[in-house]
Write a protein that binds this ligand. Structure first.
Ligand SMILES: NC(=O)c1ccc[n+]([C@@H]2O[C@H](COP(=O)([O-])OP(=O)(O)OC[C@H]3O[C@@H](n4cnc5c(N)ncnc54)[C@H](OP(=O)(O)O)[C@@H]3O)[C@@H](O)[C@H]2O)c1
Length: 257
């Protein structure tokens, strides 16, 4: 908890109208920080503590505007949480291009626009922290869910390079590789209904649990890849050591006969 409003750090969170982003916004507030939160569609303005911004991460100008509005409101920026993301299932060959493009533009361009807009403001604050919300499927051999997995591979790779590029600016970067979380993500996932077969029966985390991990990553300046459960670490290790076996399993799981 921070003693004065003036000294409280300021976080900008994308994808904060639901799920992990909303829980993260509430967690930062609970920890006494200021929050600017961005999404395309807000359902309510019930929480006056959260400074709600309407915008689309796919739009670089909108992200620069979001950072400007945050600075106007709070005077500084300390933490950038690149969280907005969407899922998609379907074959690489036959999925509608619009779906594949939506995933790439949201999960890849959106993260790039978010961090590129945020970095000048973090530099102006004398440093700061970035959390990139990736997934344990970043290294999955992923038939019929390849676009999503590849988008997370992109951002996890980006995080490693970004960390070194930003060292001189005292900006640190967490690559948060999370497993299943109970949010609206699956319900909203794009893709032909036929391909959205049985979901993996792995235990789910609550968005609040992940939100606390995001706050912790910022406060402790965790400058590395972070996983939250042993189960998630085991899945990523399996993906890395047995890509063919895991890939065959995924093929059965996601393909409709
Ligand atoms: N849930 C899981 O099991 C899981 C596992 C691993 C990783 N993740 C990652 O966690 C992140 C958050 O997902 P979630 O589970 O919290 O899902 P969610 O409840 O569906 O939340 C996604 C958020 O992103 C926003 N969003 C989507 N497209 C956007 C755009 N173009 N511009 C701005 N905001 C946009 C949505 O709001 P609007 O639609 O109002 O814009 C919403 O607030 C994603 O990056 C996801 O890949 C989730």
């Amino acid at each position: 908890m921070h003693s004065t409003q003036e000294k409280a750090p300021v976080a900008l969170i994308t994808g904060a109208s639901s799920g992990i982003g909303l829980a993260a916004a509430q967690a930062f507030i609970r920890h006494g920080m200021h929050v600017a939160a961005l999404a395309r569609n807000w359902r309510s303005r019930d929480d006056p503590a959260i400074f709600q911004l309407t915008g689309d991460v796919r739009d670089a100008d909108a992200m620069r505007a979001a950072v400007s509005e945050t600075i106007q409101r709070f005077g500084r920026l300390d933490y950038v949480i690149a969280n907005a993301g969407i899922g998609q299932r379907g074959s690489i060959a036959d999925s509608p291009w619009e779906e594949i493009e939506a995933v790439m533009r949201t999960n890849i361009d959106g993260v790039l626009h978010t961090v590129r807009a945020g970095i000048p403001a973090l530099r102006a604050s004398g440093g700061g922290h970035i959390v990139i919300v990736s997934s344990i499927v970043y290294n999955l051999t992923a038939p019929y869910t390849a676009t999503y997995s590849a988008s997370k591979a992109f951002v996890s790779s980006l995080a490693q390079s970004l960390r070194l590029e930003l060292e001189q600016d005292k900006i640190t970067v967490t690559d948060l590789r999370i497993g299943r979380v109970a949010t609206e993500f699956n319900k909203k996932r794009l893709g032909a209904a036929g391909y959205a077969a049985k979901a993996p029966r792995l235990p789910v985390m609550t968005p609040e649990f992940v939100a606390e991990a995001i706050v912790r990553a910022c406060l402790k300046r965790q400058n590395r890849a972070v996983a939250l459960r042993w189960l998630d670490r085991a899945v990523m290790l399996g993906n890395a050591l047995m890509p063919r076996i895991i890939g065959r399993r995924a093929l059965k799981q996601y393909k409709v006969d």
